[in-house]
Write a new protein. Sequence first.
Length: 234
Amino acid sequence: MERIMVFLERFGNYLVQGTVMTLALSILTMFFAIFLGMLVAAMRMSKNAWIKRIAVLYIEIVRALPILVLLSICFYGIPLTGVRFPEAIIFGVEMSRFIAALIALSIGSSVYIAEIFRSGIQSIDHGQFEGGRSIGFSRFQTMYYIVFPQALRNILPALGNEFASTIKASSQASVIGIADLMYQANVIRGISYQPFAPILAIAIIYLILSVVITRLTVFMEIKLKRTNKGGTTT
């Protein structure tokens, strides 16, 4: 116990900084990935054959590329096209590296979120669509007010799992210099010459984050079910 306390006292600040960076990158990734995933899902379900093919091609290409490859493409490849990321440093974070990681992780996660949304929407009985149109709703209104709330309840566990996967995938962003948990573990290893203790420390942190996300997802799912039952009874 004493050795653990000494380790935390000496390197706890590194772990806290790494945890904050991991959470910030993961939360922003999920935000943009959900937006992009919804767009791809809508294209995937489009009646226009060309739009549908573009969405399918996008999904197949991104699925085939490892996250490390996407990170390298975004960090090294995008600047070659003439696009320059901001060189500013905000809260000690190089925005060029952070934005490249955010784009890569968002793209990588968006294809799975797109399939989650598509399967969730398709799980809703087609009569719900017809019911919405029969009361004068447009296709968008039917989707927004009737179908999507029901689909969200069905896909919430999958979205929670994807968030947990995003947190774990964010560890690969350390290869382009993002100071997340994995990066900080390597820094601690270089300072302390202890190869195992830093890895064990971040493993525990990743485990805690995953458990918390799982519990929050279950709580939100139960709350949505209660809300839905309350609306049904009234």
